[in-house]
Write a protein that binds this ligand. Structure first.
Ligand code: DLL
Length: 432
């Protein structure tokens, strides 16, 4: 089943014609409206008219998270603010978030892509979609929500957390499609069983899980525990949000919605393009976005692209599961965390040293973050009460900056191993 069959099954040649047309428009749009892009085109001696074929994409400059940061908050927007109807944001590398914007047409396109994702799982107007992705600045909640409404399904905007209530509503409302992070889905699956329920008594049939890495092992567990078909969805705020690509029931990777995005794989070291089939960093260019068109965005996500025909009939290339990142970003309970964000919090607090270690583990099915922080010599001789107070303040500050709660472990001065080269800030013990 398709939502927009004409596009989803478009012959490659026709699809490439559409991509080049849209790429030309995008290059013109950013050149005319975004000083950052005009400058970078000028520096390369490039004008939008130089883009004549898809191969010319490689002439265009890359965009990075740092570029979004340098132009915080709205500097990369290509339309006046009165055309922007929505803002979302994701973690920046330090204090300020990365901000993205959408026009009304952007929201319509995004909703269509999310409706496609739901239809791929077999979704129809008769489905009840329990949307347990977080609502708010994170793109997961609203992204799925608008897609479900666009499809005409019934959406239950429950957001994340409150597991007992999730299970109650799942049963009472006859939820058929669950959308959330895969680790939360696994937790829900276990809690359903702990509550003495049999998943076969629920009406659940499919789950659309993403926003963090997962594995085939987790898929098998999710499908067994929840008695569903579990499919992977990928996206990132900078490029749109969820719905950049979506897996089909063939389960051979996620189809990139190539009528809206061009995907490349590059060698993260040399930035040179790599052929299909080789692992590297995913680079995405938007083709239809108006508020925040993005050229060759370096996602930092490692994957492989496959172009062989898919049994589902879609002609879009597929990306394999994301297997890692080229930077130090962690995803903890679905929240993107950069060690540098934590460092900047520690620097605000005079009583700690900027020596820290993030210990990430999976307790049961949920991620757990413990932050080891060295306290200063001066502070170390102080009273227990003061230590407890420092711990509390740090915890609260990290919660407010990162949006996740962490356990703080204050350690004696000079106990976190120093490294001669790049400091080791993270110990990730999770096995997916
Ligand atoms: O996580 C958007 C999203 C919401 C995707 C709901 C899927 C479902 P950000 O918060 O900007 O956006 O984080 C984007 O999350 O660069 C990847 O590193 C990671 N990521 C997203 N989807 C997957 C996935 C949303 N299916 C960052 N597998 C991306 C592995 C994923 N990693």
């Amino acid at each position: 089943m398709y939502w927009q069959k004409e596009y989803e099954t478009m012959p490659r040649e026709q699809l490439e014609d559409l991509q080049i047309e849209r790429l030309k428009q995008t290059a013109q749009r950013v050149y005319d409206n975004v000083p950052f892009y005009r400058n970078s085109f000028d520096n390369l001696g490039l004008i939008p008219g130089d883009i004549k074929s898809l191969d010319d994409l490689q002439k265009l400059p890359f965009t990075t998270k740092q570029d979004l940061r340098d132009n915080y908050p709205f500097g990369l927007f290509a339309v006046p603010m009165d055309e922007v109807v929505r803002i979302h944001a994701s973690s920046g590398t330090t204090g300020k978030p990365t901000v993205v914007g959408y026009t009304r047409d952007d929201i319509t396109n995004w909703s269509d892509l999310m409706a496609r994702a739901l239809v791929i799982t077999g979704g129809t107007t008769c489905d009840v979609v329990q949307n347990a992705y977080g609502y708010g600045l994170f793109t997961g909640g609203m992204g799925v929500h608008y897609g479900a409404e666009r499809l005409g399904a019934t959406v239950v905007p429950i957001s994340g957390g409150n597991t007992a209530r999730q299970i109650m509503l799942m049963r009472d409302f006859g939820t058929t499609i669950l959308t959330c992070t895969p680790s939360y889905a696994l937790f829900l699956g276990e809690e359903i069983i702990n509550a003495g329920l049999d998943p076969r008594d629920l009406k659940l049939k499919a789950g659309i899980f993403g926003a963090e890495p997962w594995s085939e092992r987790m898929r098998a567990q999710l499908e067994a525990k929840l008695n569903i078909m579990a499919l992977d969805i990928y996206g990132l705020s900078e490029v749109m949000g969820p719905g950049v690509s979506m897996e089909c029931p063939e389960k051979k990777g996620m189809h990139i919605f190539e009528d809206h995005f061009i995907a490349e794989i590059i060698d993260p070291e040399t930035a040179k393009p790599l052929p299909y089939g080789e692992p590297g960093e995913l680079v995405l260019t938007s083709l239809t976005k108006q508020a925040l068109p993005i050229i060759r965005y370096r996602t930092r996500d490692i994957t492989v692209l496959h172009e062989d025909k898919c049994g589902c009939g879609r002609t879009f290339v597929r990306m394999q599961r994301v297997t890692g990142r080229t930077d130090d970003m962690l995803i903890i309970r679905g929240v993107n965390v950069f060690p540098s964000q934590i460092e900047s919090v520690l620097l605000e607090f005079g009583d700690t040293e900027p020596h820290y270690l993030l210990v990430v583990d999976r307790k049961g099915t949920l991620d757990d973050l413990e932050i080891w922080v060295e306290i200063s010599d001066k502070f170390f001789s102080d009273k227990v009460r003061a230590l407890e107070d420092l711990e509390k303040r740090l915890k609260a500050r990290i919660l407010s900056i990162l949006g996740i709660s962490a356990r703080i472990k204050l350690v004696e001065p000079r106990t976190i191993p120093r490294s001669e080269g790049k400091a080791k800030r993270v110990m990730d013990k999770r096995e997916l």
